[in-house]
Design a protein around this ligand. Sequence first.
Ligand SMILES: Cc1cc2nc3c(=O)[nH]c(=O)nc-3n(C[C@H](O)[C@H](O)[C@H](O)COP(=O)(O)O)c2cc1C
Length: 224
Amino acid sequence: MSDYPTIPLETYQEFPVDEMRERVEEFYADVDRRRSVREFSARPVPRDIIETALKAAGTAPSGANLQPWHFVVVSGAGTKKKIRHAAEIEEREFYTHRASAEWLEALAPLGTDEHKSFLEIAPYLIAVFLQKFAALPDGRKVKHYYPTESTGIAAGMLITALHRAGLATLTHTPSPMKFLNKILGRPKSERPFLLLVVGYPADDAKVPDIERKPLEDFTSFIDS
Ligand SMILES: Cc1cc2nc3c(=O)[nH]c(=O)nc-3n(C[C@H](O)[C@H](O)[C@H](O)COP(=O)(O)O)c2cc1C
């Protein structure tokens, strides 16, 4: 054993098997209701709910516990407008030139295009940044390990926490997203990972009629 200090695992909780089953089934039913929403209401959402969801994201496991993420929560109209403007420029370029025919074909069932009014309508945009390095107070840089995996897990937990709270999200990735560093004043060592749009869905929101793969199509079990 290493000489580093340890503490008892007091946070672990075991449940009887029947309760385990009930809990996981209830969780599955809840997350199965989640849909990416592209039509938002402007109804305000209390900020403490966003903060608690972010705390949940911050519990994500991370390579060497380096927690290589930063979340910028945007609620101001001026900044949202700038983000929308910059995102629509990139998206216009994407839909008219950058995207391959194959990519556009994959996106067709979603009905997405370069118009991103939700970026101004939704009460919150949460820009998730991946930190490639940590900057120490003495100016040295510390490399982060598995920052993509770690930030992806944290983002997934954030989406799930917000959904559980009764909020809708859209995982948005206008490509490239470097404009987010500039608008939000984040350093070059941080890579914009995704832009999460958060709020209540619009009253008449519709979502694409698409399917999720059944379990057997995305898992294998090896029992020997
Ligand atoms: C990494 C990632 C990037 C995405 N980027 C976009 C995007 O830029 N615009 C968009 O409308 N949806 C985007 N989506 C949402 C997906 O289209 C959506 O998750 C998928 O169609 C499944 O639908 P569901 O989330 O309702 O289950 C993205 C999702 C992920 C995970």
